[in-house]
Design a protein around this ligand. Structure first.
Ligand code: PLP
Length: 503
């Protein structure tokens, strides 16, 4: 799109070519999305095969190539060599299919290409991001006058809240003087053993070190033990440490467990500690009545991290940090003093987080929120929870499967061949079952019929199916037990060649 310029830039493309290539690509993507449910979730290909399929080991080309052929090859390569989290039988980790309007939104965002670090560089985009943050807060019942911004995902959203807490609660100027300051006091963070690994990364990157983390025990339902939390805080305070942050999880990554957020909130108020909720997975479930009541107490937190690329089905990447006091974000990240207190102060997102130049992540989230509406989202999230409960029922009805947990939209279970049912207390049987289920997860992940991941529950290696997938239907969840049992029996026969019971 060079106009009449005499400069012929190799990347420039005239409008007619762009239109033609764009239409062709949209047709291909539509066909891909349409046929996706009919094919496998993934293909069991080796890294070498993947690299070879598009010469991914070759050197940097010196000369360019025809963009039509390039897009054609690349689209075909991606359509046939990927794992498809948009497949209705994809239940792994916590990864959602992309909302179609979000796919188009990313295209549109890239075309306009605003730099959402500064208002001047992105007037429309900044205002759309601000509204997106308010809508996200509203959807989960958090104060809409909070501060917040979009980030790459749950990890970064949690980091941002962690750093806001560190600045607010250290008791000295931690940004200028560092984490130890001159005080000699150690900052302490509290969370349960079920907390996602972001906490180690945050303690490490935040300069506190992972030893600053106090891992609080959990109860039989994998929820933080608040009495143990109180005890640890009191012991640390008596020892001269500075408890600055308690992290409650609203939907743990392994089983969807929700910490007792109301009790944790009350305790944090009592001790003047920052209360952060990691709602990367479960936060959006606060929008639906099916979620446990405790989850809704995330509204009391000083900060909350949620992940639109999980339960808002935004294409990767989109995380979101919400902080009750917007000034706490500026205090943690801005490098000019926060003295603009005008009514209509413009937002420069560079002051609210670690990034400088920022892409227009908000657009795909904003479009999806408008496309489905809050009611549409409540329906989709409630459906995911209902389907997970249906999967748990189907699992518990199957004679070769043992249901372990069902929380929010995560079901965990394991394959226990029926002849071993009565021997579950024998250590050799448990060893066999762990090996069997480990291999089974691997086999299922490569087989392409369905995709589950794993968890460890009460010391057992188990299969884990998480539904944050608006393509999944009842037939998909009901198919799971038979697929698992069929492959489970094959693996069992291989690991028990004599076909005898492990003694
Ligand atoms: C997924 C998840 C994270 C990390 O989020 P990313 O988007 O993968 O960075 C953190 N905490 C919980 C509870 C999660 O489920």
């Amino acid at each position: 799109m060079n106009g009449d310029s005499d400069r012929h830039a190799p990347l420039a493309m005239d409008a007619a070519t762009f239109r033609e290539l764009g239409h062709r690509l949209v047709d291909q993507v539509a066909g891909f999305l349409e046929s996706l449910p009919l094919g496998p979730v993934t293909r069991d290909e080796s890294p070498l095969v993947v690299r070879d399929a598009l010469d991914l080991i070759g050197p940097l080309p010196q000369l360019g190539m025809d963009p039509a052929a390039l897009l054609e090859q690349t689209a075909q390569f991606l359509f046939s060599n990927s794992l498809f989290n948009g497949h209705p039988r994809f239940f792994g980790y916590i990864t959602a299919p992309p909302a179609p309007i979000g796919i188009l939104g990313d295209f549109l965002a890239a075309a306009v290409n605003p730099n959402v670090g500064a208002w001047t560089l992105s007037p429309a985009a900044t205002e759309i991001e601000s509204q997106t943050v308010r809508w996200i807060a509203e959807l989960i019942g958090y104060p809409v006058d909070c501060g917040g911004l979009l980030l790459s995902g749950g990890n970064m959203a949690n980091f941002v809240c962690f750093l806001a807490a560190r600045t607010a609660k250290a008791g000295w100027d931690v940004r200028e003087r560092g984490v130890s300051g001159d005080s000699g006091h150690r900052l302490r963070v509290y969370c349960s053993g079920e907390t996602h690994t972001w906490i180690q990364k945050a303690a490490d990157l935040g300069g506190l070190g992972t030893e600053s983390i106090r891992w609080i025990a959990t109860d039989g339902k994998l929820r933080m033990d608040v009495a143990a939390l109180r005890h640890q805080i009191e012991a640390d305070t008596a020892g001269g440490d500075v408890p600055f942050l308690v992290v409650g999880t609203a939907g743990s990554v392994s089983t969807g467990a929700v910490d007792p957020l109301p009790e944790i909130s009350a305790l944090c108020k009592e001790y003047g500690i920052w209360f952060h909720v990691d709602g990367a997975y479960g936060g959006f479930a606060a929008a639906v009545p099916q979620a446990p009541d405790d989850l809704r107490a995330l509204s009391q937190a000083d900060s909350v991290a949620v992940d639109p690329h999980k339960w808002l089905y935004a294409p990767l990447e989109a995380g979101c940090a919400l902080v009750r006091d917007p000034e706490a974000l500026r205090a943690a990240f801005a490098y000019h003093p926060p003295y603009y207190h005008f009514e209509e102060r413009v937002t420069n997102y560079v002051d609210y987080g670690p990034q400088n130049s920022r892409g227009f992540r908000a657009l795909k989230v904003w479009l999806a929120l408008k496309h489905a509406g809050a009611a549409g989202y409540r329906k989709m999230i409630a459906d995911d929870i209902r389907l997970s409960q249906a999967m748990a029922q189907a699992v518990s009805r199957h004679a070769d499967l043992q249901l372990m947990t069902q929380d929010l939209s995560i079901t965990t279970f394991r394959f226990v061949p029926r002849d071993l049912r009565t021997n579950l207390t024998k250590p050799q049987v448990e060893l066999h079952l762990d090996a069997l289920n480990r291999e089974l997860v691997d086999r299922l992940q490569r087989g392409g019929e369905t995709f589950v991941s794993n968890a460890v529950v009460s010391g057992h290696y188990v299969l884990r199916a998480c539904i944050v997938n608006f393509h999944t239907a009842q037939t998909d969840v009901e198919a799971v037990p038979d697929i698992v049992a069929r492959i489970g029996h094959m693996v069992d026969a291989e690991l028990r060649p004599t076909n005898s019971q492990p003694e």
